[in-house]
Design a binder for this molecule. Structure first.
Ligand SMILES: C[S@@+](CC[C@H](N)C(=O)[O-])C[C@H]1O[C@@H](n2cnc3c(N)ncnc32)[C@H](O)[C@@H]1O
Length: 284
């Protein structure tokens, strides 16, 4: 068990509030027993996250190495040296628990073809590839060549790495190319720049890239509380209005799209599961 405040846990607005409260309580010299109770509240949230991960089947050895090496990689150095355009951090990893969730859903849907938008170091791509049959394929999009190279090396440490093809470049261009070539996918995991989500979704749905029984999975669908809290209540410094609204705008777009049904799953920072209406409803 890790039992420390991780970046993942900070997507819980309640935890952000408790950490603030803990700081004020210290500064204002609030009685010890109250401070202990605040710490207990923090521990409860972290213990719940830790337990979910610990009681789930462990990640594969290759996945364990991928996660560790992502955490230890000198990302700041790569950014300072101009090797990457945007700042990236290990916080971007979907991680062991969400990886297992993706793997489970991929296996449950008997998927053969998977599309991922936003590769980073390959956690999601490898998790889904691990559930595919030997002739299955994951196509994944990544804008940063350097990041894609790091991912390729990590993914290739697994025997499932050969099922993963990486498309380097802006996801919009990769998706348009795949649409033109009439590719269809059973599972589509969208986990890249949030401002692109509506465009990615539109390209996918409008070009019939989702199979009739297929599933779209949207990561960070709760966006650290931005989707359901007002800006004043977020406790996120420098939260710009557009940044705060883009995920709610996307979620509302899906909500109003009568081609699909969806469910919000509050795992980590929220995963929205979307299917065509006909696939979601049974028959009377
Ligand atoms: C949150 S990370 C993806 C995490 C990954 N799916 C996982 O399971 O660990 C987002 C990734 O999307 C990439 N990205 C950001 N904007 C993009 C764009 N316009 N096109 C393609 N990739 C993009 C980033 O470089 C980053 O590696």
């Amino acid at each position: 068990m890790t039992s420390s405040v991780t970046n993942y846990s900070l997507s819980h607005p309640v935890l952000r509030y408790l950490l603030n409260l803990q700081e004020s309580a210290k500064v204002k010299g609030v009685p010890e027993d109250i401070q202990t109770q605040i710490q207990t509240c923090i521990d409860c949230i972290i213990a719940r996250d830790d337990y979910c991960e610990d009681i789930s089947s462990p990640a594969s050895e290759a996945m364990g190495i991928l996660i560790e090496e992502t955490k230890n990689h000198p990302w700041q150095q790569a950014y300072n040296g101009g090797k990457i355009q945007y700042q990236v951090s290990p916080m971007m990893l979907s991680g062991a628990l969400e990886g297992s969730f993706l793997k489970m859903l991929t296996g449950m849907s008997n998927a053969k073809r998977v599309l991922e938008v936003g590769l980073f170091t390959g956690c999601g791509a490898l998790a889904m590839a691990e559930a595919l049959p030997a002739d299955g394929k994951v196509i994944t999009c990544e804008i940063e060549e350097y990041v894609a190279d790091v991912a390729r090396k990590l993914i290739d440490q697994s025997q499932h790495g050969k099922k993963i093809d990486i498309m380097i470049g802006p996801a919009t261009e990769s998706l348009q190319q795949l649409a033109k070539e009439r590719h269809q996918f059973d599972i589509i995991f969208i986990d890249a720049n949030k401002e692109g989500y509506t465009d990615y979704y539109k390209i996918i749905m409008d070009h019939d890239m989702l199979t009739s029984e297929g599933t779209i999975l949207i990561d960070n669908a709760l966006h650290g509380g931005r989707t359901y809290l007002s800006t004043e209540k977020l406790l996120i410094p420098k939260c710009q209005n557009t940044d705060c609204h883009m995920m709610s705008d996307f979620n509302n777009y899906v909500y109003n799209d009568n081609r699909v049904s969806q469910v919000m799953v509050p795992i980590r920072d929220g995963v929205m599961v979307i299917r065509r209406k006909e696939a979601f409803e049974g028959q009377a």
